[in-house]
Design a binder for this molecule. Sequence first.
Ligand SMILES: Cc1cc2nc3c(=O)[nH]c(=O)nc-3n(C[C@H](O)[C@H](O)[C@H](O)COP(=O)(O)OP(=O)(O)OC[C@H]3O[C@@H](n4cnc5c(N)ncnc54)[C@H](O)[C@@H]3O)c2cc1C
Length: 464
Amino acid sequence: MYDFDMIVIGSGPSGRRAAVQSAKIGKSVLVVEKGRRVGGVSVHTGTIPSKTLRETVLNLSGWRERGFYGRGYRVKQDIAAADLMIRLHKTLDHEVEVLEHQFSRNGVKTARGEARFLDPHTIEITSEAGEVHSVTAAHVLIACGTRPFRPEYVPFNGMTVFDSDEIVDLPRLPRSLAVIGAGVIGVEYATIFSALDVAVTLIEPRATFLDFIDKELIEEFVHELRDRNVGLRLGSAVTSIELGPDERPVCKLADGRTVQSDMLLFAAGRVGATDRLNLGAAGLSVDHRGRVTVEPKTLQTAVPHIYAAGDVIGFPSLASTSMEQGRLAACHAFGLEPPPPPEFFPYGIYAVPEISTVGMSEEEVRRREIPYECGIARFRETSRGHIMGLNNGMMKMLFSTKSRRLLGVHIVGEGATELIHIGQAVLNLKGTIDYFIENTFNYPTLAEAYKIAGLDAWNRMPKE
Ligand SMILES: Cc1cc2nc3c(=O)[nH]c(=O)nc-3n(C[C@H](O)[C@H](O)[C@H](O)COP(=O)(O)OP(=O)(O)OC[C@H]3O[C@@H](n4cnc5c(N)ncnc54)[C@H](O)[C@@H]3O)c2cc1C
């Protein structure tokens, strides 16, 4: 009756995972992608480019060795934008190749063009050359993601003023950079450029930032940024941005201060890429940020055979969670009932230094009035930390003093986004402080911090 069992709009993490899952259970799938190549924001402008850039910067700048050899140490003198691009393009080509192969070996069909609804089961596809055709499907997944929010007052020019999709194609490295928006993306790029010794100023209208992260961790992070001379203008709304000589941006702030820089990155939010989907024809609408509302357990929209997943449905807007959402949507569409996802997923912020967190922050534990104790380990207390020359980095764990259960793990420092998975496993398996006290960890590792933090908490916990 329909051309396909499932049409997926967008080939980012949620679309990709939904398409492959549908194909694995024998369903016919078409992925429609308007970009030149498959992969989505994740592969082309978001996750992978920013993480590749970070890795390149840390390598070429010798950042990880500076604890030993001093702040002046560099692996490569005179790092240029081209040095960053070489590795970026290699990595992206490889990612796309893997993805194309995954589609082809699973029999997932792809169409290049922009999709829009004609009715709840019919999608019109317009190619870049303007050719139009339509296809039908029993189920549709909206996996179109987001695009950067670009307010009128920001003079984007692709030369000195960029949004977070454009910054990966930087024509040259700036001597100074202003970053507007201290969300995850802004903080990541601000600290990556600062690791290149670019003078960075991070501007945020609110007095605090990354509020979903444990406060003590953010204090530690801020301390390190200040130590590196990253300018923090918190509680400072931007009132205007003008371009001076050589197109150099000048930001005027509400508190009367001015930030002049060589380049500007505007990273204050993203909006759902839904405006051209003609959702009305499918009986759907969006909120003020272009996002689609879904039933959280099934990922169904108000029209039951149309699903939505990934950044277009809002929080947590991660590649990691988007993939899971795509898989769940496909399973639900075809009558499979996977077990509900575990309660806790990790959050990774690939700033320099990394931040990663899983479970409750100390603020949340207090809000819920759970009797608790916390343990702290500093990476410089571990032998691996000495070997690596680490001066910074900490792990904080929270435990219930009633049940002894682990409540949350919060890490800032080298390897945080990998280390967090030990805490995630214990948390989701409902483990207690005893796991950390009784188990042997490889030595010397940074994971030893789990034992140190566990013992630190145990020392303070009431004994029976
Ligand atoms: C700078 C940056 C860094 C990030 N870092 C991380 C990180 O470290 N870890 C992490 O987990 N997440 C990270 N994210 C978030 C992550 O990239 C997103 O959560 C993820 O890409 C969302 O996936 P998605 O499935 O919603 O699709 P997206 O990746 O957003 O892709 C959507 C695709 O749909 C296509 N599309 C849109 N409209 C149409 C249409 N009408 N027709 C056809 N195709 C269409 C687009 O061209 C695009 O290719 C980062 C994001 C950014 C911007």
